[in-house]
Design a protein. Structure first.
Length: 158
């Protein structure tokens, strides 16, 4: 059986490794693989092939529409007329809406990053006999593993 888990680099990882060795699991049966975490920020603008569900366009379109109606109404009394003032107001509303969306989305992403805080930094794979699987899983959870999965020798998830 293979027991796989993810950890942060911490003393709990060392405690888990020493607890596994105390349970007579040889060092040759334990594999620790460090991960390279993302260093660059995620892209704000979506592409045609990938979308994260956040739209910068929606609020801009709504504000552009609303302000164009107001600009056209006021434009009847101004020198350039309602069409020109409606277009000017639509552009101003669209830009304001996109800037507001951009500001809120960057602020929200920073807060989410702070809230999550925990990232997987290491994958630990333990090869053990079937009767020790529950014990190994308990040791990993007790030492603050971020996630644990069990895979039997026939490569079927349990």
């Amino acid at each position: 059986m293979y027991v796989m888990s993810t950890f942060e680099h911490s003393t709990y990882l060392e405690l888990a490794l020493s607890a596994l060795e105390m349970e007579k699991i040889p060092k040759e049966s334990i594999l620790a693989i460090p991960l390279n975490n993302r260093t660059e920020n995620r892209k704000l603008l979506d592409t045609i092939h990938h979308s994260d569900g956040v739209s910068l366009f929606d609020l801009g379109a709504a504000l552009g529409t609303g302000l164009s109606v107001i600009g056209a109404s006021i434009g009847f009394r101004l020198a350039w007329g309602p069409i020109v003032w409606g277009i000017i107001a639509a552009i101003i509303g669209f830009v304001i809406g996109v800037l507001i969306s951009l500001w809120f989305n960057t602020k929200k992403r920073k807060e989410q990053r702070k809230l999550r805080g925990k990232t997987s930094e290491l994958i630990l794979i333990v090869h053990c006999h079937e009767e020790k699987t529950e014990l190994v899983e308990k040791i990993l959870w007790d030492n603050l593993a971020l996630g644990v999965a069990i895979l039997d020798n026939h490569y079927q998830t349990v």
